[in-house]
Write a protein that binds this ligand. Structure first.
Ligand SMILES: *[C@@H]1O[C@H](CO)[C@@H](O)[C@H](O)[C@H]1NC(C)=O
Ligand SMILES: *[C@@H]1O[C@H](CO)[C@@H](O)[C@H](O)[C@H]1NC(C)=O
Length: 191
C-alpha cells in the first residue's frame, strides 16, 4: 500500500507542476518602462512595450485624462491599424505593439492604457503616464526678452554716446568761436 501512496502523491505534484507551468505560460505579460514619459510640446513620445502572450494578440491603446477618455488606435499585431480620426497622422504603431505619438500638445498629458487581448479572449492592460512640458516655449520667451533688453540697452548707450559727441562738438565750436579773435591776433603776430 505504501509505495502506491507515494507514487500517487508524486503524480499529483507533477500534475500540479505541469498545471502551474501551463498557467504561467498562458499569462500575458506586458513590460513597460518604470519611469513616467516626458516630452516637450511638438515633440514625440514613444510608449515602448514588450509583450509576451500566446497567439496573435489584438492591441488597443486608449487615452484618458481628467476630462475625457478616448480610443487612439486598435489593431491585430501584424495587421493594419485602425487609427481614431482625432489621431490620424499623429500616431505610429510598431510591430512589437509599441506606440509613438508625434506633434504633441499640452492636452496629450495623461494616462495611456494598452490592452492586449489573446485569441482565447484573455486580456490584460497596463497604464503609462505622459507629461507634455512647455519648457521649449518658455526658453524661447526668455531668450526673446533677453535679446530685447540687450538691444534696448545697446540703443540707449549709443544714443548717450551720440549726444555726448554732439555736446562735445558744440562746446568745442562755441569755445573756438569765442577764442577766434584772440587766435587771429596770436596767429597774425608772427606775420
Ligand atoms: C519596440 O519597437 C520600437 C520601434 O522599432 C522600438 O523603438 C522599441 O524600443 C521597441 N520596444 C521594445 C520594448 O522592444
Ligand atoms: C475602426 O474603429 C472604429 C471605432 O472604434 C470602428 O467603428 C470601425 O469599424 C473600425 N474599423 C475597422 C476597419 O476595424
Amino acid at each position: 500500500m505504501r509505495p502506491a501512496c507515494i507514487r500517487l502523491s508524486e503524480n499529483t505534484q507533477i500534475l500540479y507542476l505541469i498545471f502551474s507551468l501551463c498557467h504561467y505560460t498562458q499569462a500575458i505579460t506586458i513590460q513597460v518602462p518604470r519611469s513616467p514619459i516626458t516630452a516637450p510640446v511638438q515633440g514625440r513620445a514613444l510608449f515602448s512595450v514588450d509583450i509576451t502572450c500566446t497567439g496573435t494578440p489584438a492591441i488597443r491603446w486608449m487615452f484618458s485624462s481628467v476630462s475625457k477618455q478616448q480610443s487612439i488606435v486598435a489593431w491585430m499585431l501584424g495587421g493594419a491599424a485602425n487609427v481614431t480620426k482625432m489621431y490620424e497622422g499623429r500616431v505610429q504603431t510598431h510591430p512589437n505593439g509599441s506606440l509613438t505619438i508625434t506633434d504633441l500638445r499640452l492636452q496629450d498629458s495623461g494616462y495611456y492604457t494598452i490592452t492586449v487581448t489573446e485569441p482565447s479572449g484573455n486580456s490584460k492592460d497596463v497604464c503609462m503616464v505622459l507629461s507634455v512640458t512647455e519648457v521649449l516655449y518658455e526658453d524661447i520667451q526668455y531668450f526673446i526678452v533677453f535679446i530685447i533688453v540687450l538691444g534696448t540697452l545697446a540703443a540707449f548707450l549709443m544714443l548717450c554716446m551720440w549726444l555726448l559727441n554732439k555736446l562735445h562738438n558744440f562746446i568745442k565750436a562755441w569755445r573756438q568761436r569765442r577764442c577766434l579773435p584772440e587766435h587771429n591776433e596770436t596767429e597774425l603776430q608772427p606775420l
